[in-house]
Design a protein around this ligand. Structure first.
Ligand code: ZN
Length: 487
């Protein structure tokens, strides 16, 4: 009356190094609970503090994932084999955990991938692992563009892409998967067409939705590797936490102006994003690319590094960026590398995790996943003024008001509002004596984020009549003067 339980490599130290141990027939839950009782060190690897099977531990009865049977209630009959498979295991991720990949390459594919096949590090085995592998690209923008194209060319069998944007002219400076022919179309459709033009053998699954705590687990669960190409903190933490909870590697890339970062966060093998940055910066402290700009070729470098890491993880070769943060400075043309350590007190991957489910990341970061400006339909507050009201004040000659531009001089060169005075936000503290405490101070920037911070600062310095121009110069161009350039 016994069943066989296969133990994955990472858990073998807790069962005396055994590849398999015997257990008693029963439900999956019963078999695993008895196993954890016999080997107490396994307990916290298999079960959460609430006693639930951890979400990154998959259990197979024979070759069936028990989640598709009756979950932990599934009965394990006498003589059956139960396999514990953290969603990633072994040298490579995904379908290759037992070393056998059940796909074949057609003659056409063999011709296509011949430069891979003649390399011993890839070869037929590696190419099959790529074909049976899957990657989810969160974002089809600057980083997702080159990553998707190279991963498709390399032969990664299934590429998922999440995005909910349409292709805009301002994207084409760096988002090379899109082009003039797809302006105004959904980025997903644009990316899918380009990928299939590169490689028709690739399955492309698209998700035209915002990544949320509600859909992340469902969507991520289906992929071997997640590549994070987003540009906001709530999504970064959400991607990280979902990956940690599911046991998936998170291939991370970020870009800003001339600098990029890349790493692989994989809690089972090393630190996660929260080990590196336990808390998000206060909203607005770190500007996004939309606010700070980005050199067009930079995401090419970082996105291709991400693609390289995805390929290595799928074929199980080389040293991944787990535990290392690669820093790239395009101006100096220098790469540096930092060692990352797993934080034992990390709230999600540490020794006593306090986060066992996805949270509200917008609240956590104090910001919005959708960004500001054109989606902001909340009522105007007393600290704000709409661009329409500003237009009326301007038509009346701006009496008793100062129009203050807190952007940078190079933005002022692109476009400015008539009658405005320029004091960049960071220089405000040194120029307060140039501002009147009795006048209305109407403050704007590009989209309304920096100016909101400037207004908060000015109020704290006694300028009670400071008000933020909601939506900034972008809202002005949209709602008042369509001839005004946008950038
Ligand atoms: Zn961590």
């Amino acid at each position: 009356m016994s069943v066989m339980i296969r133990i994955p490599t990472p858990l073998r130290p807790y069962v005396g190094g055994s590849k398999q141990v015997d257990g008693q027939a029963g439900t999956v839950e019963g078999v695993l609970a008895a196993l954890a009782q016999q080997y107490p060190d396994l307990q916290r690897h298999l079960f959460s503090e609430q006693g639930k099977l951890r979400s990154f531990v998959n259990v197979y009865l024979g070759d069936e994932d028990v989640r598709y049977l009756k979950g932990t209630e599934t009965v394990v009959p006498d003589g059956a084999t139960l396999s514990i498979v953290p969603s990633v295991a072994g040298g490579a991720v995904g379908h290759s955990h037992n070393g056998v990949v059940d796909v074949t390459l057609s003659n056409e594919e063999i011709r296509r991938y011949s430069r891979h096949l003649i390399m011993p590090e890839v070869g037929m085995g590696g190419q099959k692992r790529l074909k049976s592998g899957s990657v989810l690209l969160v974002g089809a923008g600057g980083l997702g563009s080159p990553a998707a194209m190279y991963l498709a060319a390399a032969g990664v069998g299934r590429i998922g892409i999440m995005d909910f944007d349409v292709v805009d002219e301002s994207n084409l400076q760096r988002q090379i998967i899109h082009g003039m022919s797809t302006l105004g179309k959904s980025k997903l459709e644009s990316a899918r067409a380009r990928i299939h033009d590169i490689n028709p053998f690739i399955q492309v699954d698209t998700y035209e939705e915002l990544l949320t705590s509600e859909n992340a687990t469902r969507i991520f669960a289906d992929y071997d590797v997640i590549a994070d190409g987003t540009d906001n903190f709530p999504t970064r933490y959400l991607v990280n936490d979902a990956c940690v909870l599911l046991g998936k590697p998170n291939v991370y890339g970020s870009i800003f102006r001339f600098e990029g970062q890349a790493s692989v966060f994989w809690a089972e093998r090393g630190p996660c994003y929260r080990c590196l940055y336990p808390e998000p910066p206060p909203p607005g402290l770190v500007p996004s690319c939309a606010e700070g700009g980005v050199l067009g070729v930079l995401p090419g470098v970082i996105g291709v590094i991400q693609a390289t890491e995805v390929v290595k993880l799928l074929i199980g070769e080389g040293e991944s960026l787990v535990g290392r943060l690669l820093l790239y400075d395009a101006l100096d043309m220098k790469f540096r590398e930092l060692k990352l350590r797993k934080d034992p007190t990390c709230p999600i991957c540490g020794e006593h995790p306090t986060i066992d489910h996805l949270i509200d990341y917008e609240a956590f970061c104090g910001t919005s996943l959708r960004g500001v400006d054109n989606t902001d339909t909340t009522p105007i507050t007393t600290d704000e003024i709409s661009v329409k009201d500003l237009q009326q004040r301007m038509n009346a000659g701006l009496q008793g008001a100062t129009l203050l531009d807190v952007r940078e001089p190079h933005e002022w060169e692109i476009v400015r509002l008539p009658g405005a005075k320029l004091i960049p936000r960071m220089q405000l503290p040194n120029h307060l004596n140039e501002l009147s405490q009795t006048d209305d101070l109407l403050v704007y920037c590009r989209s309304g984020v920096r100016s909101a911070q400037a207004v908060a600062f000015l109020k704290s310095m006694g300028f009670r009549k400071a008000r933020n121009i909601r939506g900034g110069i972008l809202a002005w161009a949209r709602e008042v003067d369509p001839s005004s350039p946008v950038y």
